[in-house]
Each structure stands twice: as structure tokens, then as C-alpha cells.
Design a protein around this ligand. Sequence first.
Ligand SMILES: Cc1ncc(COP(=O)(O)O)c(C=O)c1O
Length: 370
Amino acid sequence: MENLVLFKVHMPESVDEPLLKVLHSGFIGQGVKVDEFEEKLGNYFGNNKVLTLNSGTSGLHLALRLANVGIGDEVITTPMTCTATNMPIMATGAKIIWADINPITGLIDPEDIERKITNKTKAIVMVHFGGIPCDIDAINKIAKKHNIKTIEDAAHAIGSEYDGKKIGNHSDFVMFSLQAIKHFTTIDGGLLFCKNNKDYERGKLLRWYGIDRDAKRKEFRCEENILEYGYKYHMNDICATVGIEQLKYIDGIVERHMSNKNYYDKELQNIKGVAVIKKPAIAKSSSWLYTIHIEKRDQFSSWMTKQNIMTSRVHERNDKHTAFKEYQINLPNTDIFSLTQISIPVGWWITDDNRSYIVDKIKEFSAKHL
Ligand SMILES: Cc1ncc(COP(=O)(O)O)c(C=O)c1O
């Protein structure tokens, strides 16, 4: 049996020709390919207020800036994620306030969010862990009541849906990562979807030093007054060219992830010592990860490695890192989730034979050791 990995880079050969053309075109910065990519992304996601960026992390930082988060503010967020979710909060000078998670799904708990709100709370960050959408309606309702902005970290959730609409349409800001091993990659890259036009227009300026690249000008672009400082977070035409090609494959990729997920949902029921995560009926997960809970996790992981099946915890709770130590609080459900969660291969490269082999091996482990 070949090695069944958790992550794989999807890079179709059809990228080669357009990529070489742009590479040698004499223009490789942010130009027509970025415009074309953004138009196509608007159609795919159903929201044309999209900013292409150089990474998902930049997208989160930009979203926090657009939400006017700064020194002295508080941002409520989840500890159960990639550190990339929470480091941009630190970069704004705001204080991180952890909300606890659901002990089974690992998703941020709306009730705990509400308990943590103070008059300093400026934004709430939710993460669709593994691709499973959070309780977006409940969180947005709480946020609206307290006049707080919401940011979705949808790095894992390209193609996921909530209440009949693709993720990318529900909150003030939604970030996607187009980094190497995500559902679709532009090598590195990120997307930030905005809900309102004012944020989108301001975001367009702030991703490129605050300069209005669309303005009519007499001579050169630096002649205009810059209203506020910005960043160098834009995407370039090389990455956009890769993205335009990748978009042609995204439906097939998401479909295969979902098909594997549905198979596991069915086949991993009622196995001793194993619990699957039930998705809310209102949501569809594009399952970037397939996370289960298992007893004797370390033993399981070593055993699966021997069967040529890669497993991983993927993300470690952030709150225990020294970098975040000043924000530490008691998070009992994060303790529970962290103890038994592990992900198994679910991606587009996992065939029917592969997934039935993986299920057999999980059953075998359970029968022998649990
Ligand atoms: C949950 C989560 N948020 C944010 C990011 C950051 O995205 P990027 O690597 O594109 O900056 C990642 C990246 O893997 C992630 O998994």
C-alpha cells in the first residue's frame, strides 16, 4: 500500500503554459491577471467584494485593521486553530480573549463568546475547523447586539456552505488561505471577502500602501495624497494565473473531499473507542480535515503509521504556547477536545480503495486495543 498522506499539493499541468506566458510577459506584479482572478472568484463564491492577497495571515491582519481593532481593544477568538489565526490579533496590539470551544466539534462556543464580551470587545474571530462551519448565525446575532465586527477564518473551508450559501457571504469579513496544501492553492495567497462596500474599498487601498491604483492621475501613482498607512499584502499576477487555472478544478476537489467525508461518516459509526463529529444540519463541510476522537491516541497514531496511513493532530491549542501566555485562562472544553482529536486522510487523492482500507485499519485497531 502506498503512503496515504494527510496533505497533498494540487498542481495541474495545465498551469504550465499560462504561467510561463505571464512569467515572461514583462509584467508580473498586481495587474490584469489579478483582476481576472477576482472576477472569477466573485462568481464562484457569490460575493464580488473580494480582495486577493499574498497570504491568509495578511487577510486576517487586514480584516482586523478594517474592523478598527487596535491597542487597548479586546478580540474574542478560539484557541483551537493554527497560530496564524491569533498572531495577527497580537500584531494589532489588542488583547486576546479566549472563548472555549465545543468539546466534540472543536468549534468556538457562542455562549462562551457572549460571556466574554466587555465594553472593550471590538471583534470576534471564528474558525471553521477542518471545514465545518461554526454556528455563524448565533455568533453574528450576538455580535450585532453588541455592535461588534465578526471575522471568519475560513482557511479550511473553501467550498463549505452554511444555510444554503457558500462560506464567504455571511460575516463582515471572511478569510481564505490559498497556501500550498489547501483545497486550492496559488502557491501562497489569501482572500478576504467583505460584507460592505466601504470596507472593501478601504481594503483595496490598505493592501497596497494606501495608494488608490484605480485613480486617474496626471503622471505617476505616488503624486496623490495617501489618506492612511497600508501594507504590501496584494497578490501578484503569477499567483493569480495559478489561481485562475486551479479554479477550474475546485468543484471536483471539493466533491471528492465531501464524498470521502460522507463515506467515513457512515462507516465509522459504532466503533468502540471512536467518535465521529456530527455536522450541524444547516451546514455542509468541504472537509479539508476529517477529525475523529479516539482513545489511546498516541498508540493509534503509531499503529496507523505502520499501516502507511498518516494521522495528525494538525493544530495544537494556541493558548499553551509561551507567545500567548499572558492571555491564559481555564478552558475545560479545549482540554477535552485536545485530548482525543486526530485527523485521518480525506483529501481528493484518497480513492475508494484507500478509504475502505483506512476504515478497516481503524476497526482493526479498535478490536485489538480499545
Ligand atoms: C486555520 C488557519 N488560519 C490561518 C492560516 C494562515 O493562512 P496562510 O498560510 O495562507 O497565511 C492557516 C494556514 O494554514 C490556517 O490553517
